[in-house]
Design a protein around this ligand. Structure first.
Ligand SMILES: Nc1ncnc2c1ncn2[C@@H]1O[C@H](COP(=O)(O)OP(=O)(O)OP(=O)(O)O)[C@@H](O)[C@H]1O
Ligand SMILES: [Mg+2]
Length: 521
């Protein structure tokens, strides 16, 4: 059988994919024994499962599990670590239920154990004769011995491919973890409203036209802009972002357009602007509604001609940049107040995209919460927290005025502050408290006590119910620190204590910036 053995070795050694390898392995053995029916079984939990089958009606066998506590030939071979021959229907080890519904019954079954390199048996392979005479299998011991050796070879190839697949899966998981830790954001949602936006984003990504993304703060405008870039054929080129608000006009101008050496005091060297740096890529302009008028005029010129002129330069540069801008303002209103140019709006708003508020797509809340809680758990090295059914119901009914950003902060906060794995409604009340303006946050929770006391009504009990002094103090301290971006003096000032007292409290509560930034990424 040297030629066929060679073909067998070749077939099993060149295949790395376990599924395909199993198929080839079985087919080559059936070919050697010149029978049609065969199957591969592995031990899984409390049964032996058929992972591959060949021959007529093999689909009825593949996936079948034989319970360990029922007699079966595969079970016997796996547990006794020996090859066997059995007459189907007569041998009391035969698991007859497997043959129910098969038109062609098995006659004689030859079954070999599958060994791993370390000598353990992980499964069995069956080669079955279905001919009426039942003499189609070559049972000559001089033939069966080298056959077992070939099966050992195939078995090792199969276990190697399983190890490789496991490693590949592990690598993919590690990569995902690393990306999550590096902050590469995945965009998540399944609501109809969200999917509609994603579909539009995909369509827009295929063009170079300007996109204007509108939506409340924290709805994911920047994330969506990145997604459009990632889906476009500019994906390998830069994606640069600039927030047009909270930056002095002159600085914004030099950031966007760049300058030449000597253009103004302090311009000691040439500096390219974002338009040029983003050449062939995408420039994201956040809070476009806050762009000062004189820059709007320059911006319009760029959109009309694709030309930019750095400050102080005499020559013009041509750049190819796709503009995506975003705003949470009503630009029509801003135009009415003569703070925004209508002609610029037309140029920016060629492809409009509106992101609905989170409360308009509540089906996304559980999905997003799960995602953020898992991410925080990964960063903190703790088991992921889950919301109990009634806590989730509360979270789904909550207004989330700060949208996804608020939900994300809530997940960070709860991961640090609540030590139980299952978050109950009582745990939420410390964070998710709504005041008259619907401004929900820790401060509201803590100050509610004082507000309530000032008008004579007693403080809202659910907030403090079942909560320790330390938990409340920790929540309050973390809130102040987040609010003042870890500027301890400012946080201490708001708390009405001096810095060293505040510092000492943080130490006692075990709060440190390192620990918190670890959780915030
Ligand atoms: N669909 C989503 N899936 C997962 N994370 C999201 C999603 N949308 C937003 N986020 C996350 O929520 C946070 C806020 O998103 P982003 O900064 O894009 O919002 P924004 O609309 O630009 O907010 P602002 O108006 O305040 O600038 C980010 O951390 C972002 O990663
Ligand atoms: Mg933004």
């Amino acid at each position: 059988m040297s030629d066929s053995s060679f073909r067998f070795c070749r077939a099993v050694s060149e295949e790395l994919d376990p599924e395909r390898l199993q198929k080839k392995f079985l087919a080559s053995l059936l070919d050697l024994q010149k029978v049609e029916r065969g199957s591969i079984w592995v031990k899984r939990g409390d049964g032996y499962q058929c992972v591959e089958a060949a021959g007529s009606q093999s689909e009825k066998i593949k996936g079948l599990t034989v319970p360990v506590d029922r007699p079966s030939i595969v079970g016997w071979v796996i547990e006794n670590r020996k090859m066997t021959v059995a007459e189907a229907g007569k041998d009391n080890r035969h698991y007859k239920d497997a043959e129910i519904g098969l038109t062609l019954k098995s006659k004689l079954i030859l079954c070999f154990p599958l060994f791993l390199r370390d000598g353990t048996v992980y499964g069995a392979i069956q080669l079955i004769d279905t001919s009426s005479s039942g003499n189609g299998l070559n049972l000559d011991p001089a033939y069966l011995e080298p056959l077992q050796q070939l099966i050992d070879l195939g078995s090792i190839a199969l276990s190697n491919s399983l190890i490789i697949t496991d490693q590949q899966l592990e690598n993919a998981k590690l990569k995902e973890t690393l990306e999550a830790m590096r902050g590469r954001e995945t965009i998540i949602g399944k609501s109809v409203a969200f999917l509609k936006v994603m579909k539009m984003a995909e369509d827009y990504a295929r063009t170079d036209f300007s996109v204007l993304i509108t939506g409340e703060s924290g709805t994911g405008k920047e994330l969506l802009a990145r997604e459009i870039h990632r889906l476009s054929n500019r994906r390998d080129k830069p994606f640069l972002a600039q927030n047009c608000s909270a930056i002095p006009d002159t600085l914004l101008e030099s950031e966007l357009f760049g300058y030449e050496k000597g253009a103004f005091t302090g311009a000691t060297r040439d500096r390219i602007g974002l338009f040029e740096a983003a050449n062939a890529g995408t420039l994201f302009l956040d809070e476009i509604g806050d762009m000062p008028m004189h820059l709007q005029a320059r911006m319009l010129r760029f959109l009309q001609s694709g030309e930019v002129k750095p400050i102080g330069a005499t020559t013009i540069k041509n750049v190819d940049v796709r503009i995506i801008s975003a705003t949470n303002k009503d630009l029509r209103e801003t135009i009415k107040r003569e703070l925004f140019r209508e002609d610029l709006l037309y140029r920016l708003n060629v492809l409009p995209l509106h992101l609905p508020a989170l409360r308009e797509r509540r089906e996304d809340i559980p999905l997003l919460l799960d995602h953020f809680l898992n991410r925080e758990a990964l960063k903190l090295g703790i088991p992921p927290k889950k919301l109990s059914k009634d806590a989730m119901e509360y979270a789904m009914g909550y207004p989330w005025k700060g949208n996804i950003r608020e939900l994300e902060n809530f997940a960070k906060y709860i991961s640090v502050v609540v030590s139980a794995e299952v978050i109950r409604p009582g745990d939420l009340s410390i964070y998710l408290v709504q005041d008259q303006d619907g401004m929900p946050n820790v401060a509201t929770a803590v100050w509610q006590d004082r507000i309530a006391a000032s008008d004579g009504t007693p403080p809202a009990p659910p907030l403090f119910d079942g909560r320790s002094w330390e938990e409340l103090e920790k929540a309050y301290a973390l809130y102040l620190l987040e609010k003042h971006r870890w500027h301890i003096t400012r946080a201490a000032k708001e708390a009405g204590v001096n810095r060293s007292t505040f510092d000492a409290r943080l130490k006692r509560l075990g709060i440190s910036k390192a620990q918190s930034t670890k959780s915030r990424g």
